[in-house]
Design a protein around this ligand. Sequence first.
Ligand code: HEC
Length: 134
Amino acid sequence: MIMRNVVIAAALALAAFAVYRIVINRSEAPTSSVSVVVPELLGDAQAGKEVFDATCAKCHGVNASGTNAGPPLVHKIYEPNHHADAAFLLAVRNGVRAHHWPYGDMPPVPAVTGADVAKIVAYVRQLQKANGIF
Ligand code: HEC
């Protein structure tokens, strides 16, 4: 009888531990963040990085590596053939309705000018290129 209780207690402890692990793993679920190699930034890319860090990185992450609020832009989805430079201008002007990812919509970023977007594009393309996206 005691032996049976011990077995039941052990089974319950194991089950509790399994549930605990599932809950912990969920709360620590990795974002889609990718690791990004940062090349030497040429031309407008350095200025683009500054605007990006100030206005985009809170969602798209440092070095466009993604966060739990937005996708990495150093990602195959955003290669030039799939998201041309104009897609960046449209995203900043109009925002983006969630369609590729589960993060929700991107709001428009009216403080960022067209000239700034061009610099951001230079920055993101150099990051993409250095990381083998295209
Ligand atoms: C509040 C969070 C947030 C901020 C700030 C933000 N974005 Fe986004 N962005 C998103 C999310 C989320 C998506 C993905 C939507 C989807 O496809 O599911 C996205 C998608 C994009 C896309 C892809 C557009 C498309 O056509 O699919 C581009 C380009 C982009 N963002 C650029 C930028 C730039 C540049 C900035 C800074 C000026 C910026 N984002 C700031 C959240 C953000």
